[in-house]
Ligand binder design. Structure first.
Ligand SMILES: [Zn+2]
Length: 340
C-alpha cells in the first residue's frame, strides 16, 4: 500500500509499504480517504530540532476514512462506516484520559504525523477508543477537518475561553484553518466578531463567513481599529494563534478581565509581557493544545447541522507538498485537503 513519508528536512517520498495486519483486540482498521493539512505539518516538514521523532515518518496529522475491518471485542463500528480519528496516541487509562481529557494524557505516545507515523497511508490500525463515527450528511472531506481545525477551535472557544452569546471576540488570521472556523462558531453563538486578514481578497471572504468587522493588518494596526470599534472598551475574548510581535497588541485590546486563548505561535514563540498590565487588568491568558475526543463529536454534530468546513483547495496525495507550500506561503483561506 502507499504511504507518504518524511525522509529528511523538506524531503517527502511516496513509498510502498506492507499493509497492516488484521486489527488486534480493541482496534479497528481504517481506510484513509482524506487528510487535512495544518501548520503542524509545515513545522514537521521544515524539521524541528526539539521534536523527538525518528525518520522516516508517515506524515498527516488529521484525517477521515472508512472502517475497513473491526478487531475482536470492538462494538459500534462496521465496515464501510465513515470515521475520523483523534490526533494523538493517548493511553486511555491515566487519570486525564479516564476523565476524557486526552490532550492532558500523562503517557501520550505522540502526535500522529509529527512524533509518530501519521495518517497519510492507505490503511492503518487504530485503537477504537480514538476513532469517532462521522454522522450521516457529513462528507469525508469536511470530516477530515474535525479533529484539528474544528476540534481545536471548539476546545479553545468553549472549554477554555468560555465564550458566551453576545460577547465580542477578536479572531486573528481569518484565513487560517482555525481562524475561519472560529468566525463561524462565534457567529453561530451570537457574538460580534472582529477579525484580521493580510489582503483585501481575504477580507471579502472573511465577511462572507459572517465576520462583523475585518481589519487588513497590512494597512491598519489591529489594536487601534479594535479599540475604536469597541469604543475603547476592548473585546471580551481574543482568539490567538500567531504570537510574535502581535501578542502584546492582543492583550492591549482586551477588556478588563478579558480572556486571551492561544494555541499557536506561527510568528514567533517568545514575547515579553508587562506583568503590571496583566494583573491590574485581570487578564486571563489561556493556553490550549489539541482537543478532547468530545470536541470532535461536537464539531461533527455542528457539521451535520450545517456548519460546513471552509475548504481552500484539494490535492491528490502525490501533490502533498503543493498543499504545504500554500500553507507556508500564507496563501490559504480555510483548509487544504489531500485526497487519496
Ligand atoms: Zn492517558
Amino acid at each position: 500500500m502507499r504511504a507518504l513519508q518524511l525522509i529528511g528536512d523538506r524531503k517527502l517520498e511516496l513509498v510502498d509499504v506492507p499493509a497492516p495486519p488484521a486489527p488486534a483486540e480493541g482496534e479497528v482498521q481504517v481506510r484513509i480517504k482524506a487528510v487535512g493539512l495544518n501548520h503542524l505539518d509545515v513545522w514537521g516538514f521544515r524539521g524541528m530540532a526539539f521534536a523527538k521523532r525518528k525518520l522516516p515518518l508517515v506524515v498527516g496529522a488529521e484525517a477521515s476514512g472508512e472502517i475497513a475491518a473491526v478487531g475482536p471485542g470492538v462494538t459500534g463500528f462496521k465496515p464501510g462506516q465513515k470515521v475520523t480519528m483523534y490526533g494523538a496516541m493517548t493511553c486511555g487509562h491515566c487519570a486525564a484520559c479516564r476523565e476524557g481529557r486526552d490532550n492532558l494524557c500523562e503517557n501520550v505516545g505522540g502526535v500522529f504525523g509529527f512524533h509518530i507515523d501519521g495518517f497519510a497511508r492507505e490503511l492503518m490500525n487504530m485503537p477504537a477508543r480514538l476513532v469517532v463515527p462521522v454522522p450521516d450528511g457529513v462528507s469525508l472531506r469536511d470530516a477530515a477537518c474535525a479533529p484539528i481545525a474544528f476540534g481545536t477551535t471548539e476546545h479553545m472557544l468553549f472549554d477554555n475561553a468560555k465564550l458566551k452569546p453576545g460577547e465580542t471576540i477578536l479572531v486573528h488570521a481569518a484565513g487560517s484553518g482555525i481562524g475561519s472556523v472560529a468566525i463561524k462558531m462565534a457567529k453561530a453563538l451570537g457574538c460580534t466578531v472582529i477579525t484580521t486578514v493580510g489582503d483585501d481578497e481575504k477580507a471579502e471572504k472573511a465577511k462572507a463567513l459572517g465576520a462583523d468587522h475585518v481589519i487588513n493588518y497590512k494597512k491598519d494596526r489591529f489594536e487601534g481599529v479594535t479599540r475604536k470599534l469597541t469604543a475603547k472598551k476592548g473585546v471580551d475574548v481574543v482568539f490567538e494563534h500567531v504570537g510574535g510581535e502581535g501578542f502584546n497588541g492582543s492583550l492591549l485590546v482586551l477588556k478588563r478581565g478579558g480572556r486571551l486563548v492561544t494555541c499557536g505561535s506561527t510568528a514567533g514563540p517568545t514575547v515579553t509581557i508587562n506583568l503590571m498590565q496583566l494583573f491590574q487588568q485581570q487578564y486571563k491568558i489561556l493556553g490550549s493544545f489539541g482537543c478532547q475526543i468530545r470536541n470532535i463529536r461536537d464539531s461533527l454534530s455542528k457539521m451535520a447541522a450545517g456548519m460546513s468546513a471552509i475548504i481552500d483547495s484539494e490535492f491528490p496525495l502525490t501533490e502533498f507538498e503543493k498543499g504545504l507550500a500554500r500553507l507556508e506561503g500564507r496563501q490559504v483561506f480555510g483548509k487544504v485537503i489531500i485526497n487519496f
